[in-house]
Structure formats: structure tokens, C-alpha cells
Design a protein around this ligand. Structure first.
Ligand SMILES: [Zn+2]
Length: 137
């Protein structure tokens, strides 16, 4: 269990995601870039990517954009530490989210609610979805 894991993210970046999520009826999505150690994910950048499904209830990150951001991050000594997307409802993983989360264990899934303007973070560790603490800095 890694329930004591935390994700550290600048307030300004959370604000940017929430603001963008409010301005569209589509789910927004993107990639969290930073560093990680055993217990902490340190988010340093958010990269907005196109929702290739153009959907208000689903999202998909463009694979080419993902590879470009991943390679660019690694070149700069950073890593893809997770993903974010918005929901027009509560910020809890949907059953579709759960399926994709299980394919990307040990990555942060930040979900923001474009209607409640709330947000939560989850990881899959040992095949279980666990909410982790968000530390805003
Ligand atoms: Zn979702």
C-alpha cells in the first residue's frame, strides 16, 4: 500500500486547470510532469493536450502529443508523473477511468470537477485505486 503517498502541485497550476475546465463543455485533459520519489510526486508542469474524443463525458490524450511531452521531459531530467482530466460532475474515477488507471499504475490521476471546482488525486498501487493527499504549494 502506498496510501501515504502525496502529490505536491503548485496552486497556480491547479487554478489554471480549473479555469480551463470551466471555459469548455468538453472534458479537458493533459499530462503532469515533474519528479517522484518513493512517497512524493512533485508536479512542476502541466501540459494541456487535445481531447481526441471531443467529448463532454470521455477523454483521450493524443498518443503523439504524449510521446513528444514524455521525450521532452526526459531530456530535461523530468518525468511524466501522471495525468489530469476534468469531469462535469464529481472528481471521482469513472469505471472507464478505472480501466485506464489500471494500465498506468503508480501514476497520479488528478481529476478536477468543472462544475464543483473541486479536485482529487488517485493512484493505482497493488491493483487498488487509492486517493492520495494533494499538497498545494
Ligand atoms: Zn474521468
Amino acid at each position: 500500500m502506498k496510501a501515504s503517498m502525496k502529490v505536491h502541485i503548485p496552486k497556480s497550476l491547479i487554478f489554471e486547470i480549473l479555469e480551463k475546465s470551466k471555459r469548455t463543455h468538453l472534458e479537458i485533459c493533459g499530462i503532469l510532469v515533474g519528479t517522484e520519489d518513493d512517497l512524493n510526486f512533485m508536479v512542476k508542469e502541466v501540459h494541456f493536450t487535445e481531447n481526441t474524443l471531443s467529448s463532454s463525458i470521455r477523454f483521450q490524450i493524443d498518443a503523439k502529443e504524449f510521446i513528444r511531452i514524455y521525450e521532452d521531459s526526459v531530456e530535461r531530467g523530468l518525468d511524466v508523473v501522471g495525468f489530469f482530466h476534468s469531469h462535469p460532475s464529481s472528481p471521482y474515477p469513472s469505471s472507464v477511468d478505472e480501466m485506464y488507471m489500471s494500465l498506468w499504475p503508480n501514476k497520479v490521476w488528478l481529476i478536477v470537477s468543472s462544475t464543483e471546482l473541486s479536485y482529487k488525486a488517485f493512484i493505482v498501487a497493488d491493483n487498488r485505486i487509492t486517493e492520495i493527499e494533494i499538497v498545494e504549494n
